[in-house]
Write a protein that binds this ligand. Structure first.
Ligand code: FAD
Ligand code: NDP
Length: 486
């Protein structure tokens, strides 16, 4: 075996975590290499450098969410007095995806440039571990080379999973790996799944004007505040999304027009309907099966996720892993990025700081956005008992909505969960416009250990939705959450 190059740090996977770690290590003068290779989806979709977030995740998702909200604004424009708004105008899928894809391609190019500038050697090749310090690189023609590295980082992310009970399902459905790159509009769509991906995609497809049904096996947004999850469902129902609850697909047949005849069971009864597209959003699995982990001796769990110590070390001391492919880590871009940077700081910058996963904020870009930090009501009651916590709540209407006929008045909600003794805030939940933008700032305060009194003492900015978080007085179980006046 001939070694073509030697590195201090070799990164497998050029997504959020891998790119961040590689660029940070290069700042310290380490000799860094990075391999990124996209295995096409079963439908044949492929994309460029940058990983899930950039190509088939956060970025196209948020742009399509914006496109849907922009459509909704047309109704608002009428209420706000604009005369020439064409409410009948249909959405142009091809125009939107062209613009979204152009932006993604620019980002792909920028990532390559950044690696180049930082002198990180980029390989568009599939990597496999040959030995604990040797990586085998395979190009798309099957050409092989071997590189050696003192430290290796695995940051291969994850890929969508498919329900196992339907024969050849991969050929009949799409996943989020395909949706953002569909050359033609999806048309009447069934989405299977009821978490982040399903609800976000269902929300924007409905907003763009496509007939959208979401098939829910059990509950919406497992692990999230269930009162808020049910308000998200109400808002989406009101906007036209159809929910097929307590149902599982049992068969999908392709007919001659490439339409999908889906059969499902719901509470013991069988139903069938024809859809143009079926989008499966039933979770993701780590993309580790081709890496040769077991041969090298790297421990994985039954879902293929890599088991790591708190300092991101695998069971082989010089091999590290970060991001979506690691057991027990949040599957979010900012955590993968921060984790990669901190790892590079420790390996090459003489620093000691570890990643902290406490109070990681997140937002779900449903038509009405939901941002949260810390414990949900259910988790808090489970962990502490009802007597140890106080929950403040408020149902409010954004001021702007008073100008508009078209919004659901009871839709927005805030919940603040605090410890009774210390008054420390341990959970914040905000359902309303611009949740990501609003919750981000509060995340700093909560991470720093803010108390309810410190929130009360903070002066709000009027009139905003954000100030509602600072003026909560209604206690759940005692007071009505309904907000009156300003
Ligand atoms: P990835 O970004 O997945 O990168 C892994 C890279 O490794 C990929 O390019 C892959 O092709 C490559 N690779 C795999 N195997 C090999 C190999 N053997 N050799 C070479 N290369 C290989 N997070 C948020 O924070 N906000 C959001 O709004 C958000 N929206 C999302 C929407 C969707 C639809 C999805 C699916 C995810 C979303 N996420 C979001 C999650 C976020 O995208 C991921 O948490 C993040 O991308 C994980 O980064 P990573 O570095 O672990 O892996
Ligand atoms: P999740 O694992 O969060 O949810 C999977 C969903 O699919 C659940 O509703 C589950 O139902 C359902 N499901 C699983 N198997 C089946 C089946 N066989 N038949 C029917 N339904 C099934 O996966 P997602 O793909 O939604 O998200 C993956 C991760 O990506 C998230 O955890 C998140 O971290 C990240 N992400 C982040 C986003 C953001 O930050 N805004 C956006 C999108 C993704 P049940 O509850 O019954 O198990």
């Amino acid at each position: 075996m001939q070694i073509t190059q030697e590195f201090d740090f070799f990164v497998i996977g050029g997504g959020s975590g891998g790119l961040a770690a590689a660029k940070q290590a290069a700042i310290y003068g380490a000799r860094v290499g990075l391999a990124d290779f996209v295995k096409p989806s079963p439908q044949g979709t492929k994309w460029g450098l940058g990983g899930t977030c950039v190509n088939v995740g956060c970025i196209p998702k948020k742009l399509m969410h914006f496109a849907a909200l922009a459509g909704e604004l047309r109704k608002d424009q009428v209420e706000a007095g604009w005369i020439h708004t064409n409410l009948q105008g249909k959405h142009d899928w091809i125009k939107m995806t062209e613009n979204v894809q152009n932006h993604i391609k620019k980002l792909n190019f920028q990532y390559k440039n950044q690696l180049n500038k930082k002198e990180v050697k980029y390989y568009n090749k599939l990597a496999e571990l040959e030995k604990s310090n040797i990586v085998k690189l395979i190009d798309k023609e099957g050409g092989i080379e071997y590189v050696k590295s003192k430290f290796i980082l695995i940051a291969v992310g994850g890929r969508p999973t498919y329900p196992e009970n339907i024969p050849e399902i991969e050929k009949k459905v799409i996943t989020s790996d395909d949706l953002f790159w569909l050359p033609n509009s999806p048309g009447k769509t069934l989405i299977v799944g009821a978490s982040y991906v399903a609800l976000e995609c269902g929300g924007f497809l409905n907003g763009l004007g496509y007939d959208t049904s979401i098939m829910v096996r059990s509950i919406l947004l497992r692990g999230f505040d269930q009162q808020i999850a049910s308000k998200i469902e109400d808002y989406m129902l009101e906007s036209g999304v159809k929910f097929i609850k307590e149902a599982i697909p049992i068969n999908i047949e392709l007919n001659e027009n490439n339409k999908k005849l889906v059969t499902w069971t719901q509470k013991g009864v069988q139903h069938s309907e024809i859809f143009d597209t079926v989008l499966v959003a039933t979770g993701r699995k780590s993309d580790t099966n081709k890496l040769n982990l077991e041969k090298i001796g790297i421990k994985i769990n039954k879902n293929g996720k890599i088991i790591c110590t708190i300092d991101d070390r695998t069971s082989i001391p010089n091999i590290y892993a970060i991001g979506d492919c690691v057991e027990g880590r949040p599957e979010l871009t900012p955590t993968a990025i921060k984790c990669g940077q901190l790892l590079a700081n420790r390996l090459f910058g003489g620093q000691k700081k570890m990643m902290c996963y406490q109070f990681v904020p997140t937002t779900i870009y449903t038509p009405l956005e939901y941002g949260c930090i810390g414990y949900s009501e259910e988790e808090a009651i489970n962990k502490f008992t009802q007597n140890e916590i106080i929950i403040y709540h408020s149902i409010f209407k954004p001021l702007e909505w008073n100008l508009l006929d078209s919004h659901y008045a009871q839709a927005c909600m805030i919940k603040l969960i605090i410890m009774k003794q210390t008054r420390r805030i341990i959970g914040l939940h905000y359902l309303g416009p611009n949740a990501g933008e609003i919750v981000q700032g509060y995340a700093i305060a909560i991470k720093l250990g803010a108390t309810k009194e410190q929130f009360d003492a903070t002066i709000g900015i009027h009139p905003t939705c954000s100030e509602e978080i600072l003026t909560l007085s209604a206690i759940k179980g005692i007071d009505n959450p309904q907000k009156e006046g300003c």
